[in-house]
Design a protein around this ligand. Structure first.
Ligand SMILES: Cc1cc2nc3c(=O)[nH]c(=O)nc-3n(C[C@H](O)[C@H](O)[C@H](O)COP(=O)(O)O)c2cc1C
Length: 382
């Protein structure tokens, strides 16, 4: 399947505008997600072997997840599990619905297997997402693997009101997802990354902490939604930018214990660009936005290693950036990540990517003498 995708399907898909093909694919996957026969067929082709990880009280069937941004509106929740993913992160969602930046806003740098995007959190808002999540639960199509939600700040909300904006989204969605990721690292919302500053982030996390001890079933405003809420505190993670200095990163890590963080997602897209003498690539790299894919791989692994060493392995890390195959994933595990996510890899490698990585990981871990993922986490960073 992987070779069929790369050599036959991908060249056809890549003749079309990248956002258009993304939207069409999501529409198709959403349609297929409501058809049990198609879900079964997908599972037959793409199911990944078991490679379990237990982290922040959740059981992940395997460590390869779908990264934020791919399924912003929860259009195809049941399908991600059938495509072999061990978890998925929906969103980014904001409190206020917003259209995002003008199009075109997503570009392929094919020679480098990278993407540049400046989507700007285009989404229908947290309340609509809450209804969508409740609907999947009602249909009985909720997946067995953990589901996270990525929260961003609404563009219209000034930075001083950011904590309230994030808290509103969390309140609307609390209890409907297994974990939440506070995204203060997208380069596409003006000044958002200033919220990575210790004091600003502390204020946001304090707001979460306050809400996260109350019973979501009672706090959910919408009764339609409340019926599907779980009644427990939810793991909260923070997603950081690969452009942060290690000093700035350390300041964020200092908040982890006090604010009860469950982990760090390292990381988002970068505003840095690789050197290139290729004119076509150079033109694409001159587009504003965040770069993802292969050129990001090494930097995100370096961040993971730093976080692991700085926290002595005490804070779980989700590694994301340039994961295309089992070697990429293994490098992140050895650097200190317990789970990994893919976005750009899925675009370039196709729907067989999770299965391929998990199978390869199982083989490599076995060869390197590790019985479980947990044993291998941070193996070269200790
Ligand atoms: C088109 C696009 C949209 C994205 N949207 C979000 C988002 O809403 N929230 C977020 O935290 N990350 C978002 N990301 C970043 C990815 O989740 C991921 O961190 C990044 O792409 C690096 O991983 P990759 O190299 O596997 O793509 C987006 C990435 C892309 C390419």
């Amino acid at each position: 399947m992987n070779s069929f995708y790369r050599h036959c399907l991908r060249p056809i898909l890549f003749t079309q505008d990248s956002e258009k093909i993304h939207d069409r694919t999501l529409k198709f996957l959403g349609w297929a997600s409501r058809r049990p026969s198609l879900l079964r067929a997908a599972e037959k082709f793409f199911a990944a072997p078991e490679l379990p990880v237990e982290l922040f009280g959740l059981k992940f069937p395997n460590p390869i997840g779908l990264a934020a941004g791919m399924d912003k509106q929860a259009a195809a929740i049941p399908m991600w599990e059938k495509l072999g993913f061990g978890f998925c992160e929906l969103g980014g969602v904001t409190w206020h619905p917003q259209p995002g930046n003008p199009q075109p806003r997503m570009f392929r740098a094919v020679e480098d297997e990278a993407l540049i995007n400046r989507m700007g959190f285009n989404n229908h808002g947290a309340q609509v997402l809450a209804l969508r999540l409740a609907e999947w639960k009602k249909l009985g199509l909720w997946p067995a693997h953990p589901v996270g939600v990525n929260l961003g700040k609404s563009k219209v909300t000034p930075l001083e009101k950011a904590a309230e904006d994030y808290a509103n989204s969390f309140r609307a969605l609390q209890g409907l997802a297994d974990f939440f990721v506070v995204n203060v690292s997208s380069p596409n919302t003006p000044n958002l990354r200033q919220l990575q500053d210790k004091a600003a982030l502390d204020e946001i996390l304090a707001a979460f902490q306050e809400l996260n001890v109350t019973a979501p079933r009672q706090s959910a405003a919408n009764t339609e939604v409340a019926a599907f809420c779980r009644d427990a505190a939810t793991p909260i993670l923070v997603k950081v930018a690969p452009d942060l200095s290690f000093e700035a990163l350390d300041e964020i890590l200092e908040l982890a214990a006090a604010r009860n963080l469950s982990g760090i997602v390292a990381g988002n897209t970068t505003i840095a660009r690789p050197q290139t003498s290729n004119r076509r690539l150079g033109k694409i790299y001159s587009e504003m936005g965040g770069l993802s894919g292969r050129p990001l791989r090494q930097r995100s692994t370096e961040m993971i290693r730093h976080i692991y060493q700085q926290t002595r392995g005490a804070l779980p890390i989700i590694g994301v950036g340039g994961v295309f195959d089992a070697n990429d994933a293994l490098a992140k595990i050895y650097a200190g990540a317990s789970l990994m996510q893919v976005y750009t890899g899925l675009v370039y490698e196709g729907p067989g990517i999770a299965r391929k990585i998990v199978a390869g990981l199982a083989e490599r871990l076995n060869r390197d003498g590790f019985a479980t993922i947990k044993d291998a986490v941070g193996a070269t960073a200790r």
